[in-house]
Write a protein that binds this ligand. Structure first.
Ligand SMILES: [Zn+2]
Ligand SMILES: [Zn+2]
Length: 249
């Protein structure tokens, strides 16, 4: 599998990056993990969305704007600029459909259903193309999930937005790539919202991850401090996410 970071800015787009969006590819199949604001333009640098088979699915960890806003742009592109008969699967929380409709501003009953088929995460793994997707509840102020994507025995585990929790550690057990958010630094921060860099490193270590990619970068943080705090907990390879970063596993 190949992971490409499309956007990794936390909470809102930064001058250097769209908000959260990741492209995962395996043998010609692709899925997109989150579509935060600003991501749609950069995504098109990596995927020809005019091609009908461009994406197997979009996976939304939760419906905060910095993770789902550009689903509205994807709808416009598919509906008006690249008409096709098949619907695109959107895996996510139970409010994904309502949220997509609200973002786009469509007010009739059909919503965006002629373009998107919404599948709510279940306890059972879900399969799209060559990918198997497992989701567990995250710890965040809204319905949110952490997601593990597997193909051909390899895996990428994405924390989404979450405070540190045991479910994330279990989900990520033995994963090739821990794509974990590191929104806070230091020891004083709000509970039940996000992980600190230290906690991201701890969770990756406890999961036995092969490598850690730090993401959801918050503009107030010093990247060197983020890296140092994660490195104190996790002694495997660590990357700081940035648009265009690719990791193969
Ligand atoms: Zn976020
Ligand atoms: Zn969030």
């Amino acid at each position: 599998m190949k992971l490409t970071v499309i956007g990794c800015a936390g909470s809102f787009p930064s001058p250097a990056s769209p908000a959260s969006c990741y492209l995962i590819e395996h043998e010609g199949s692709r899925l997109v993990l989150d579509m935060g604001n600003g991501s749609f333009g950069v995504l098109q640098q990596h995927v020809d969305l005019q091609w009908p088979g461009a994406l197997e699915a979009v996976v939304l960890s939760h419906c905060h704007l910095d993770h789902c806003a550009d689903i509205g742009s994807l709808y416009v592109q598919r509906h008006y600029y690249s008409p096709r008969s098949e619907r695109l699967r959107v895996l996510g929380p139970s409010n994904a459909r309502a949220r997509a409709v609200a973002i786009y501003g469509r007010e009739d009953e059909a919503g965006l259903d002629h373009e998107f088929e919404y599948l709510t995460f279940t306890r059972e793994p879900m399969t799209v193309g060559p990918f198997t997707i497992e989701a567990v509840h995250a710890v965040h102020p809204v319905e949110a999930f952490s997601v593990r994507v597997c193909a051909d025995g390899h895996s990428i585990t994405y924390s989404g937005d979450t405070a540190y929790n045991d479910r994330l550690v279990a989900l990520a057990e033995g994963t090739d790539v821990a794509l974990f958010e590191a929104s806070f630094v230091g020891k004083e921060f709000p509970p039940a919202v996000h992980m600190s860099a230290s906690e991201a490193g701890r969770a990756a270590r406890e999961a036995g991850a092969s490598r850690l990619v730090l993401t959801h970068h918050v503009v107030l943080n010093d990247p060197a401090v983020v890296l140092a705090e994660a490195s104190a907990e996790f002694d495997g390879p660590i990357d700081q996410a940035h648009p265009g970063l690719t990791i193969t596993c």
